[in-house]
Design a protein. Sequence first.
Length: 302
Amino acid sequence: MDAHLRDLRYFVAVAEELNFTRAAQRLHTSQPALSKQIQGLETALRAQLFDRDRRQVRLTAAGSALLEVARPLLDRWEEGTTAVAAAAAAEARRLRVGTLTSIGRDLYPGVLDHFGEREPGWRVELRSFSWADPSAGLRGQATDAAFLWLPLGGDDIAVRVLTAEPRYAAISAGHRLAGRREITFADIAGEPFVALPRTAGPLREFWLATDQRAGQPVVVAAEVTSADEKFEIISTGAAVALVSAGNAVTYSRPGIVCVPVSDLSPARLAVGWRRDDPRRAVRSFVEACTDAADALRGGVRA
């Protein structure tokens, strides 16, 4: 029985983390499912890959030998799939662009115009991703460029900031602060918050304003994977959340009020791309985003 690439990815994650819980979080799967997958791989290879007990996980000699083979094999496969996707996209003159929220801000039409001038005959295919993947498909090779909210974490993705916007508190219309013109973060710090998934990493912490809490833990009422889910919970009065000024307008709806928070740093919307991607169409899209953002600011670069 042959091992599949998924088996090797699961194995490498456990081998690098030496912890099934952390490896499961990294793979966006459950610990029981991961354990079952590793057991299946050990059965297929007729070798024990890990020594594990309640306190620690260690690679066996067989596991170490497999790790030396699995890492370069997975790297080569990623290089191959990237090359295939690039060739297919170039042949079809199609650029796949990811996004996490509605772009709004009158930005996207300008991006398409500028990109069309730079790359005649190309079309942009916009794809929406959940907050569980803060790279909007870039890290999984599902997109070529993406509109991202910062911070992202890691250095594999290059970004260029397009706009910086104040953060607002999104609250229900019946909330005690709904009539205020402006608040400070201390006014809402103790309230239950809607949070992004843990896989969002530093972006989750940014939207919870963890750095403003002086070590006090946040009360998380729910985790959501999309803006629509977030605003649905807020409208019930069960929790509050922070949003960008642009999204406060884009997602405006009855039952929700958005109030500026005066003492928080701004949210930054950026265009991102894989740092090792040299394709001309990708760079043209980045420049088109910059041109469109400049035009909205009156031609002055930030």
